[in-house]
Design a protein around this ligand. Structure first.
Ligand SMILES: [Zn+2]
Length: 430
């Protein structure tokens, strides 16, 4: 059998969209936004109610900036509305009887399954990860109830031209045999399940690199730590890229070969907002991911994900021109505002991970003379590690990662109690 060499590192799923110049992209996105707002106002009672409640008409929404006028829909509100008006709470843009399926996610939250699945995001993401026509992919996400495996990924694999083996979750030994016997070269699933597969294969006396044929993987549902990614890439001899999205609004970001954050698909708008005011924050600022889709079946407009991130528009060497989510930092409800900026335990972890000398830490937020102060209490592995150079280095990282200045204070081992909150807010407001 001849082996065709595939270059998985170049190419686009929709080149004209993905490489649009910024001005064209701006016009394209605004045009599609106007279209979906008009459509949703006419066909979705929930969107009409929402806009009417603040006296908005579709013509008031011309650009992404205008989206700020529309109140954000939080997951809890979506759940409430669905309970009152099942299954989709009036957010549907087509009659319920015209759907193909109804999916159920924990909550419960219901999601529509349309007849023609034409969402771009996941297909763009898997292509950018290196999936190519003719690949044989195992899809190890759950095919029951929830929409991710069957609706989103299965259809997207089909659109790229891949052959799908719908294995679903679990049965690790059987999955290893399937991978081996069918020479599957592509993987969809969680990074932790891929690790299970590696371990099981080795237990069965197989070498994942030589006896299995995986070359490319698309992981989602949990963030992949860099150490785990490189371990898996090395063990299997494959490329692994991740995507981000939700069951309701689908793909909101995907990594390309460069791994410089996650590109926003061309059929979504992502805003980063202050969760308290709903106002858009500039690039580089941390805030809640609020998303709008152009999907007429379920036209969610300004859906609040509850996840925190930052947007960047620094050009990506891959040639895609869409803005990127730098990283998912965690949940909004775990974040604390310091001098007007959100700080999150995930950011503090990132600072700490840059310095192997650190054995424990806690961030204290206090207030002096009506000003917020942030102090990093740091325990070191060895007392000898203490130096002004290290202190300055950590403070610089705090500034880089958290965008807020903080003071580093070295404390004796055992000062920070086990199970202490990573960010302790000691401010009082009387
Ligand atoms: Zn890129």
């Amino acid at each position: 059998m001849s082996k065709q060499v595939v270059d998985r590192t170049i190419g686009f799923f929709k080149k004209n969209l993905e490489t649009m110049d910024p001005q064209k992209r701006f016009e394209y996105i605004n045009r599609r936004l106007q279209g979906i707002v008009q459509y949703a106002y006419r066909h979705s009672t929930a969107i009409k109610n929402k806009m009417d409640s603040v006296g908005l008409k579709p013509k008031d929404i011309q650009t992404v900036k205008d989206l700020e006028k529309i109140p954000i829909t939080k997951k809890t509100e979506l759940m409430e509305l669905q309970k009152k008006n099942p299954p989709l709470g009036g957010f549907e843009g087509i009659p319920i009887h015209a759907l193909r399926r109804i999916y159920i996610s924990p909550g419960p939250l219901y999601e529509p399954g349309e007849i023609e699945y034409d969402e771009l995001g996941w297909a763009q993401g898997m292509y950018a990860a290196g999936f190519r026509p003719g690949d044989i992919a195992i899809n190890t996400f759950s095919y029951h109830m929830v929409p991710f495996a069957m609706q989103m990924l299965d259809n997207s694999l089909f659109r790229i031209g891949c052959v799908t083996i719908p294995t679903g979750v679990g049965n690790t030994e059987q999955q290893v045999n399937i991978l081996k016997n069918l020479k599957a070269n592509a993987f969809c699933g969680t990074p932790s399940f891929l690790l299970n597969i590696a371990e099981k294969a080795e237990e069965m006396g197989l070498d994942p690199k030589k006896d299995l044929h995986l070359r490319v993987g698309f992981v989602a549902a949990e963030m992949v730590p860099e150490s785990l990614r490189s371990e898996l890439e090395e063990r299997f001899g494959m490329i692994i890229r991740q995507g981000y999205g939700t069951a309701d609004i689908r793909c909101l970001g995907y990594e390309c070969i460069e791994k410089h954050g996650m590109h926003i698909p061309d059929d979504k708008i992502v805003e980063i907002v202050d969760p308290e005011t709903g106002k858009q924050l500039g690039h580089g600022k941390t805030g809640e991911i609020v998303a709008t889709t152009f999907n007429k079946v379920y036209p969610l407009i300004r859906f609040g994900t509850g996840d925190l991130s930052t947007l960047t528009e620094i050009p990506c060497p891959c040639g895609r021109t869409s803005p990127r989510l730098v990283k998912i930092l965690g949940r909004v409800d775990q974040a604390t505002k310091v001098r007007g900026l959100f700080v999150h335990p995930g950011q503090a972890d990132e600072v700490a991970s840059r310095f192997p000398q650190i054995s424990g830490y806690q961030v204290l937020i206090t207030r002096r003379e009506h000003k917020d102060e942030m102090t990093f209490l740091i325990e070191l592995r060895g007392e000898d590690d203490q130096s002004d150079k290290l202190k300055e280095g950590i403070e610089r990282s705090v500034r880089d990662v958290m965008k807020v200045r903080g003071e580093v204070k070295f404390v004796l081992k055992g000062t920070i109690s086990e199970g202490a909150k990573r960010i302790e807010d000691q401010r009082t407001w009387e």
